[in-house]
Design a binder for this molecule. Structure first.
Ligand code: P6P
Length: 341
């Protein structure tokens, strides 16, 4: 008789982890479950996007000046609805919204958490069937419970995150999250509608052979980054070089591959984007939390941990170097040796 398939589901693992927080009242656990539900709805639409009229842009642009794809808007609406109905969240900051979205119904005003979210990252890849993702970051509010959320609830250092995670809608849909007790991965099983535990305590290799950067911007990179790219391309058997260049152009997909296999992802400052392109609150901070919890690193390329940046605006950008710790260290060595003019 074959062994019965007994997967550990997302909810079971969240509740198990909650026991490590004796004073937790289950709110964070319930919040993560609400995010999981919204993710399943987005998964369904992403997976049938080619079949229904939900591809293509809606004609509007978001705060980033990026054309909003219909799935972007759909995903944003789903997460806002799920988080508002949770009664645990008093507001969100989303890549798709210029300002914070305050939940001012009576139940939500008592919510203890706020969420920063990129509802569908990499959305320019939607129409060409390349993996895309959702990235989220959860903070305890700092304003008094019962009051409306304020911008200060969102402009907290990444070290203050209560939880963070991403969902990758790829060959399979995976949810990877951390509450500070390690990085844990789940794979969605549509046949039972559950995220099932697939990686407990993920550890990223300290060394890797993959470097991920958009080399189309090469001439605009700082000298240190140019020198590091050449270092990756040199032949040196002793240090396993040349490395392989792998760049999908979807942060969650590039990061997830490097997390599992080892590697470095770099989105540096360029002349046109002096602070890089990626946003601190809902891209770099959550990914940095997951990277560090998996034994990796995430810095600005100049030795400052991403998690220690004090945000001064919702859509602030930062240069982003993340992945295998010895690869980030090496890239920073070149940044020190060849400082920007
Ligand atoms: P580029 C997607 O738009 C995104 O925000 C990230 O997912 C991705 O890593 C980056 O931008 C790609 O940017 O300039 O290389 O196309």
């Amino acid at each position: 008789m074959p062994a019965k398939y007994q997967p550990m589901t997302l909810n079971e693992v969240i509740i198990q982890e909650q026991s490590a927080f004796p004073y937790a009242k289950g709110e964070l656990s319930r919040l993560l479950s609400h995010i999981g539900i919204a993710t399943k709805i987005v998964h369904r639409e992403v997976n049938k996007a080619g079949l229904v009229d939900i591809l293509g842009s809606v004609g509007s642009t978001n705060v980033q000046g990026e054309k909003q794809q219909k799935l972007d808007v759909f995903a944003n609406d789903q997460f806002i609805a799920a988080l508002r109905s949770s009664g645990i969240v008093c507001g969100i900051a989303s890549e798709e919204n210029d300002e914070i979205v305050i939940f001012d119904d009576e139940l939500s005003l008592d919510g203890k958490y706020v969420v920063c979210i990129d509802p569908l990252d990499g959305s320019s890849n939607i129409d060409v069937n390349v993996s895309i993702g959702t990235i989220f970051s959860i903070y305890r509010r700092i304003t008094p419970v019962g009051m409306k959320a304020e911008i200060s609830d969102f402009l907290q250092e990444g070290t203050k995150q209560a939880a963070a995670g991403y969902v990758i809608y790829g060959s399979s849909t995976m949810l990877v999250y951390t509450t500070g007790l390690g990085t844990t991965g789940f794979t969605y099983d549509p046949s039972i509608g559950e995220f099932c535990l697939s990686y407990k305590f993920m550890k990223t290799p300290e060394h890797g052979k993959i470097y991920s950067i958009n080399e189309g911007n090469y001439i605009h990179f700082p000298m240190g980054v140019k020198k590091y790219i050449k270092y990756c391309q040199e032949i040196d058997k002793a240090t396993n070089r040349p490395y392989s260049s792998r760049y999908i152009g979807s942060l969650v997909a590039d990061f997830h591959r490097n997390l599992l296999k080892g590697g470095i992802f770099i989105y540096p400052s360029t002349e046109s984007n002096p602070n890089g392109k990626l946003r601190l609150l809902y891209e770099c901070n959550p990914i940095a939390f997951l990277a560090e919890q998996a034994g990796g690193k995430a810095t600005d390329g100049k030795g400052k941990r991403i998690l220690e940046f004090k945000p001064d605006s919702l859509h602030q950008r930062v240069p982003f170097f993340t992945g295998s710790r010895y690869m980030v260290d090496k890239a920073e060595e070149f940044m020190r040796e060849f400082p920007d003019k």
